[in-house]
Design a protein around this ligand. Structure first.
Ligand code: FES
Ligand code: FES
Length: 151
C-alpha cells in the first residue's frame, strides 16, 4: 500500500493507506481525531470541515493522496496550546452551540472564511454551506462578526 506524508495539526504524519481512502476515515478511525464529524459522507453537510493548506475542505470527499505533502488542520489543531483561536472564543462568548455536532465544522468554515474575507457581510456568512440541524445560524452569524472584530 502507498504511504502519504503530511503535516497534521503541526505534526509530521505518515499514513499507509489506499490512495483513494477519504481523509475523514484516516482522521477519525486511524488517528482518533473525532472533532471532524461524519454527517453525510458525500460533501454536503460540511460537518467534517477541516483545512488543507489553509482552505476549507470536506475530508469525507478528499482522498488521502490529495493531502500528500500538504498541511492539514482539524478543529483539534486550531487552538494555540491553552489559548483558544479567536473564532473558538467568539463561539463561547455568543453561546452558539446546541447539540454541538455541527460546530467543529462550523468553526473551521468560519476560520477559512475570515482568512479570505476579514469583514464578511451577512450574505457572505449565510453563503456558508454548513448545515445545523439545531438552527444556530443566527448565533453563528453573531460569533463570526465578533471574531472578525477581534482579528
Ligand atoms: S460528512 Fe463531510 S460533508 Fe458531510
Ligand atoms: S448545534 Fe446541533 S446540529 Fe448544529
Amino acid at each position: 500500500m502507498p504511504t502519504f506524508t503530511f503535516t497534521l495539526n503541526g505534526e509530521p504524519t505518515t499514513i499507509e493507506a489506499p490512495a483513494d481512502l477519504p481523509l475523514l476515515w484516516i482522521l477519525r478511525d486511524h488517528l482518533g481525531l473525532t472533532g471532524p464529524k461524519y454527517g453525510c459522507g458525500v460533501g454536503v453537510c460540511k460537518a467534517c470541515t477541516s483545512h488543507l493548506d489553509g482552505a476549507a475542505i470536506s475530508p469525507c470527499t478528499t482522498p488521502v493522496a490529495q493531502c500528500d505533502g500538504g498541511t492539514v488542520v482539524t478543529i483539534e489543531g486550531l487552538a494555540d496550546g491553552d489559548t483558544l483561536h479567536p473564532v473558538q472564543q467568539a463561539w463561547i462568548d455568543e453561546d452558539v452551540a446546541q447539540c454541538g455536532f455541527c460546530q467543529p465544522g462550523q468553526i473551521m468554515a468560519a476560520v477559512a472564511l475570515l482568512a479570505e474575507n476579514p469583514d464578511p457581510t451577512d450574505a457572505d456568512i449565510d453563503a456558508l454551506e454548513n448545515v445545523c440541524r439545531c438552527g444556530t445560524y443566527v448565533r453563528i452569524r453573531s460569533a463570526i462578526k465578533r471574531a472578525a472584530a477581534s482579528l
